[in-house]
Ligand binder design. Structure first.
Ligand code: FAD
Ligand code: SF4
Ligand code: SF4
Length: 1005
């Protein structure tokens, strides 16, 4: 079993925590789970920090630095923690700049210059620059979560570096705290103060002393990010760091990986946003030819040349959503394609460049190989496919994973073809394979061989690294061309530059950080890359055996490194039944830290806490399941706290590149916790609601009494908050008698036998919420369906209600959930067997038939039901396309704004909503850009979650609803409608009601 994570090495650890808490306004996170969440980045490494500090102000950083110096604690600055080489893992006080220190301090649009704090995320900066027609052009793929401080730390590079350069080419000044506490300002030599000039002279001396070695060993390719930039005084890069050829001392800190100073602010050189872009997709029958052609294509002056190889093309083709897009770019079945982009303000000139590309390829013997894409919409779609291909590759199940350690070696373009051929042979020799993609323009191709670090991965990693290094040397390239050194490539610095330059790096570190305070073990005196004590999954890694409540066997597999084929479910040898392996799918890439109004991850968008983001949750679960949180396992307080604000929106299921499904994982954690700690009265009230609903709606006056009294007597509201845990500020849904059960006779429903016999029939499963609180939705759905000639059968109108069991899953009662879902599946199965569509109104209930019901051990019947289960709109859209649904609608008289339920988005079920509403003549329904409404089942009703629930709603949904004028507000989720009513005082309607409202009256009816 893995040892619990050590609590850091510092003797005065408690003193450090105490004084940080006392002397700063920052957050002091020294508990084992918080430290564990900062023990990893997007690399294969893990090292337990001494503690974590989240400064609120620059002053907090200065105080933390002072305390660290006093108490001898190393300090590790961190941004988004998306480094791939272990730069941000270390036994140190980790300082997270990303939460609070993220302001734009100054912007001079005319001079195209901005000063920013280090924690600002690139996309957020660019969003602010857009209105000035500017952007910061180092467009890393992680732009949604990478911070400018981290980008400078790694000397990051974007897809368009051929046009704009790396970070080092685009940073003008860095204000920084030095290890001795001084705040210095680094910039062009002529502007330096005395202290900075002294440093500059020292660096000049070092560079001069090793000038012959620099001339002999320093890679000249633009993509060289290893070591320190001593070459500011002896330029070697094919692209000069400064426009005027002068020396800028700030460039010494770029790429220093937080080892020389702490960045306080950066002054950045901005670029005008290109007004136009055109794209040419060159198709190659042979990968080798693609690689060979890159050197000629770059001479045309493109802004990007990106590679997509056959594996990725096939992955995209296999995906129904991407297939039509990728096929627009293909001519036949190419072995590789190059996406060649030209950007600028003069569209006519760009079109000429595109024509020149066509001509060039013909000259190179490939006439007719270019698909021209002058339209930006088509280009955008294709770039998305290129990104998604990588995501699919990363989602490989099993212990073998694509490992990043030689994935950014850069070689001169004239050698690219030979280099890729040779490295492919190296992979084959070691029983693995790599998929190639990315930056052909600058000779940096990403490739990750599949290795199993728990078994023979480390041995293979070293062997492959050594052979790759020999190739890099043969072709005079750079071993570290994009992702930095960290723990993975530090040992290769001496190999790349030679001992004298390595010693000069050490002398520089010694001069600026004599106490080795900043990020020790990076760049200077690094560990071996294959030191298993630093691995996240070392060979001794074990998990605590347990039996999960859901079926996770799909993750419990082994994979083949060459074919990527996986063994049968359940054969992976995981003693948690696959649960641990599902958790381990998180590779820490940090994609869930994004902020756009998609669905992942609403709790992070509100809190900006690592604890409340999918990555933090997955790390907490992994540590718990592997015994690294001590005695606590799934049922412990740390897991409970990390999952507390997860609203089970399934945003991660859809958006996480590796498919981490935290909502499903929360079912396991909640069940474990409740098993140990028992259920509360509130749990029981929520869980059993579907059971007592029919009695409550029969006697609404009795069950509504507390609510109406609550409204009249505020004291009673506060009592109910304290005694039951329901937020006093919330209205509760009202029970009523006019339910489907009570009034079904007036609905014109078909019996089961009639439905089975009819030509056009549908089974409408009415869930608890639409059945008891908003039965007009069911009534209108029936009206719409009948108007189009369907025989509509509603099952379960008598006796026990038919419920998916979601309320039981949410409250940690999985056995009851299984019983409930089992009864539902049994009732629906006969209709499914006859191919009759099973249609539901509440997205989360209906879609659970396609999700949780399949992992509850309900057998083949569940799969048969899932195959027929459709949301109301999915069914109508399908039928409309087939010409079977065409009722007469009256023209729309008001705009229609649609808020999507999280589960509709997670299952890609929003397009049919718009499609169906579009059947109303004159309607042009628009999607509200929103993520989770924040209500999320019972979450928003719970007293302790009410505030966060409202903050989630205020992120985008409620402001959009308030601004919607007299538009129809459409929301299919019961909780979304409730949140809109509570937060914006607006009525939102189910699609069924909007459609019914537009049904043209039939003559005589
Ligand atoms: C899927 C994926 C795709 C990627 N694509 C690219 C890509 O296209 N191009 C590319 O270059 N990289 C890429 N990377 C690597 C990584 O995302 C980038 O290097 C990114 O810029 C790091 O930003 P961050 O905020 O996460 O920095 P972190 O990882 O948090 O930190 C990076 C370094 O900067 C230091 N640092 C952070 N803040 C400070 C500070 N205030 N003062 C001093 N030092 C500091 C840290 O100590 C660390 O050494 C990718 C990574 C992943 C996982
Ligand atoms: S949860 Fe998914 S998106 Fe988030 S870091 Fe892990 S793998 Fe990346
Ligand atoms: S289910 Fe939603 S709230 Fe929970 S981790 Fe995933 S995206 Fe975040």
């Amino acid at each position: 079993m893995n040892a619990p994570l050590p609590r850091g090495v510092l003797a005065d650890r408690d003193e450090l925590a105490r004084r940080l808490a006392q002397e700063t306004e920052g957050e002091v996170l020294f508990d084992v789970a918080s430290c564990g969440r900062y023990a990893t980045d997007a690399s294969i490494y893990q090292a337990m920090p001494i503690g974590v500090f989240v400064p609120r102000t620059p002053h907090d950083v200065a105080v933390a630095l002072q305390l660290a110096r006093e108490l001898g604690a190393p300090l590790l600055p961190r941004g988004g923690g998306t480094s791939q080489c272990g730069q941000t893992t270390g036994t140190a006080l980790v300082v997270d700049f990303s939460k609070h220190l993220r302001r734009v301090l100054a912007l001079d649009a005319e001079a195209r210059r901005a000063e920013v704090e280090p924690g600002i995320v690139l996309d957020h900066l660019n969003a602010q620059l857009k209105r000035h027609g500017l952007w910061y052009p180092v467009d890393v793929s992680t732009s949604a979560q990478a911070t400018l401080g981290g980008m400078a730390g790694n000397n990051s590079c974007g897809s368009r570096s051929i046009a704009y350069g790396n970070m080092v080419h685009n940073v003008e000044r860095i204000a920084a705290w030095m290890a001795d506490g001084r705040a210095l300002d680094f910039g062009p030599l002529a502007t330096l103060g005395a202290a900075e000039r002294e440093i500059a002279e020292f660096v000049r001396g070092l560079a001069e002393a090793v000038a012959p070695e620099i001339d002999a060993n320093w890679p000249t390719v633009m993509r060289r990010v290893a070591g320190y930039n001593l070459d500011i005084f002896r330029p070697r890069s094919e692209r000069p760091y400064t426009a005027d050829g002068g020396v800028n001392l700030a460039h010494l800190l770029v790429g220093a990986e937080g080892t020389l100073a702490l960045t306080r602010s950066l002054t950045l050189r901005l670029a005008p946003l290109p007004a136009h872009k055109v794209l040419g997709v060159v198709n190659f029958a042979r990968f080798h030819t693609a690689m060979d052609s890159a050197q000629h294509i770059v001479k045309l002056g493109p802004s990007a040349v990106e590679l997509v190889d056959r594996t990725m093309i096939e992955l995209a083709r296999a995906n129904p959503a991407f297939r039509p897009v990728i096929e627009t770019a293909l001519i036949g079945a190419p072995d590789a394609i190059l996406l060649v982009e030209f950007g600028g303000d003069d569209r006519a000139a760009l079109l000429k460049q595109l024509a020149a590309l066509v001509e060039l390829m013909a000259d190179l013997g490939l006439p007719g190989s270019v698909v021209e894409m002058p339209q930006e919409a088509a280009q955008k779609a294709l770039w998305e496919v290129r990104k998604a291909g990588l995501n699919i590759m990363m989602s490989l199940k099993g212990d073998g994973k694509p490992v990043s350690f030689i994935e950014d070696c850069a070689v001169p373009l004239e050698h690219l073809a030979e280099y890729t051929d040779a490295l492919t042979a190296v992979f084959a020799k070691h029983g693995t394979r790599g998929t190639w993609y990315a930056h052909a323009s600058v000779g940096t191709l990403h490739v990750r061989p599949i290795l199993d670090m728990r078994r023979d991965g480390a041995v293979k990693m070293r062997a492959i690294a050594e052979e790759a290094a020999a190739l890099v040397r043969r072709y005079r390239g750079a071993y570290s061309g994009e992702h930095g050194d960290g723990l993975c490539r530090g040992e290769w610095i001496r190999w790349q530059f030679g001992p004298r330059i390595d010693d000069a790096f050490r002398a520089l570190k010694q001069r600026l950080d004599p106490g080795n305070l900043f990020n020790p073990g990076k760049i200077v005196d690094p560990p071996k890359m294959d030191d298993a004590r630093l691995f996240r999954f070392p060979p001794v890694y074990r998990t605590i055996p347990l039996t999960p409540v859901l079926d996770w066997s799909a993750w419990n597999v082994r994979n083949d490194a060459v074919t990527e084929a996986t063994t049968a479910p359940g054969t992976g040898g995981d003693d948690t039944g696959g649960l641990a392996k599902a958790v381990e799918m998180c590779n820490n890439n940090g994609h869930c830290r994004k902020f756009d109004a998609g669905t992942m991850c609403p709790s992070y968008r509100v809190t900006r806490d690592e604890q409340h983001v999918t990555r933090g949750r997955a790390n907490t679960l992994r540590l718990a399941l592997s015994g690294q949180l001590g005695d606590e396992a799934l049922d412990g307080a740390a897991v409970r706290a990390a999952l507390d604000l997860c609203v089970s929106c399934k945003g991660c299921k859809r958006d996480c590149p590796t498919g981490v499904d935290m909502a499903r994982l929360k079912v396991e954690a909640t069940a474990a916790y409740k098993r140990r700690h028992g259920h509360t009265l509130r749990d029981r009230l929520i869980a059993h609601l579907p059971r007592y609903a029919r009695f409550a709606s029969a006697l609404p006056w009795l069950f509504n009494l507390p609510e109406s009294a609550k409204q009249r007597v505020p004291l009673l509201a506060r009592w109910s908050e304290r005694a039951l845990g329901f937020a006093a500020a919330r209205s509760l849904p009202r029970w009523r008698r006019d339910t489907v059960r009570h009034e079904a006779a007036g609905y014109g429903l078909a019996s089961a036998a009639q439905a089975l016999a009819a030509d056009k029939s549908v089974l409408l499963w009415v869930d608890t919420f639409n059945g008891h609180f908003e039965s007009e939705n069911a009534r209108d759905a029936v009206r719409v369906l009948r108007a189009a000639g369907y025989a509509v059968h509603v099952p379960g109108l008598r006796g026990e209600p038919l419920c998916c069991g979601r309320t039981y899953l949410a409250t940690g009662m999985p056995e009851r959930a299984k019983a409930s879902a089992g009864a539902l599946v049994a009732a629906l199965a006969p209709f499914a067997a006859r191919g009759i569509a099973i249609v539901g109104l509440e997205p989360s209930c209906l879609l659970s038939l396609r999700d949780e019901a399949l992992v509850m051990g309900l057998g083949d019947a569940a799969a048969a039901v899932a195959a027929q289960a459709l949301t109301f709109e999915e069914f109508l859209a399908r039928e409309a396309r087939a010409g079977r649904f065409a009722p007469e609608f009256e023209a729309a008289s008001r705009p229609i704004k649609v808020h999507g339920h999280c589960h509709q988005k997670a299952f890609g079920a929003m397009a049919p909503v718009l499609e169906v509403l579009g059947l109303i003549p004159g309607a042009s329904p628009e999607l509200i850009e929103s993520s989770c409404c924040g209500m999320a089942g019972s979450f928003g009703y719970e007293a302790e979650h009410h505030a966060v629930s409202m903050q989630m709603a205020e992120l985008s949904l409620l402001p959009a609803v308030r601004a919607a004028g007299d538009a129809w507000i459409v929301a299919d989720g019961a909780s979304c409608r409730h949140q809109i009513a509570d937060g914006a005082r607006r009525e939102a309607l189910h699609v069924a009601r909007v459609l019914a409202a537009h049904l043209a009256p039939k003559p005589g009816v």
